[in-house]
Design a protein around this ligand. Structure first.
Ligand SMILES: O=C(CO)[C@@H](O)[C@H](O)COP(=O)(O)O
Ligand SMILES: [Fe+2]
Length: 236
């Protein structure tokens, strides 16, 4: 069975938002495979309550559309919103490449969501927050129209620069054992000091924000992380 190849995805949440296009070019030159785009903060009014999926607001489809005019790179969109279905059409039109919804926000409509994401030509993926047992997403991987990637959050979603949660690696190991060629992404606190833990557990898609953008040589961080994933795969 084919191995899931290493993909290093700098999280643009840690970039200089005022210079997004040049930051995207810089990451491409530094060897990024994907750009990770964190989309946060949809309001849902229901029975008088107003809630956010995460306590933050970032970017939306208009920004993806603007950035798409400057780069052809795969844009890996991570939706931290209460109603991901509302964003499929606008993000598809805007030029998003991957659409990762949170299972916690799509327990009732993930089948419809996956179909619509595929219809719009995007790669469907599901994310799980630290408190969600990974077993809950098996039906999404095994469905007739499956997700093509699982994102295991290694911090509570909402902000960059948080501490990596090594205890999430049990989820990654379990998924890798069960699905040898599945794309498994990790997001939160990844960098030189944590990559080996994630890579040896079986993660192949690595999101990294502060460790890449905060480094004097982002290209070095990106290539080290890729090497770590490839070495771990050779050993497994
Ligand atoms: O989804 C999120 C945060 O919710 C992430 O994509 C962060 O942006 C990753 O940033 P670092 O932890 O790598 O700084
Ligand atoms: Fe993210």
């Amino acid at each position: 069975m084919a191995t899931a190849t290493a993909k290093i995805a700098p999280s643009m949440l840690s970039s200089d938002f005022a210079n997004l296009a040049s930051e995207a070019h810089r990451m491409c030159q530094c060897g990024a495979d994907w750009l990770h785009m964190d989309i946060m903060g949809h309001f849902k009014v229901e029975l008088g309550s107003i809630g956010h999926f995460v306590p933050n607001l970032t970017i939306g489809a208009p920004v993806i559309e603007s950035l798409r005019k400057h780069t052809e790179i795969f844009m890996d969109c991570h939706l931290m919103v209460t109603n991901p279905l509302d964003y499929v059409e606008p993000l598809g039109k805007a030029g998003a490449s991957g659409f990762t919804f949170h299972y916690e926000a799509a327990k009732d409509n993930w089948q419809e969501l996956i179909l619509k994401i595929k219809e719009k030509g995007m790669k469907p993926a599901v994310a799980v927050k630290p408190g969600t047992p990974v077993e809950e997403i098996y039906p999404l991987v095994e469905s007739e129209n499956p997700v093509e990637m699982v994102l295991v959050m290694t911090v509570e979603p909402g902000f960059g620069g948080q501490k990596f949660m090594p205890e999430m690696m049990d989820k990654v190991r379990t998924l890798r054992k069960k699905y040898p060629s599945l794309d498994i992404e990790v997001d939160g606190g990844l960098g030189i000091s944590t990559i080996d833990t994630a890579a040896s557990a079986g993660a192949n898609c690595i999101v990294a924000g502060s460790s890449v953008f905060g480094a004097p040589e982002p290209a070095h961080v990106i290539s080290s992380m890729r090497k770590s994933v490839e070495e771990a795969q050779k050993k497994s």
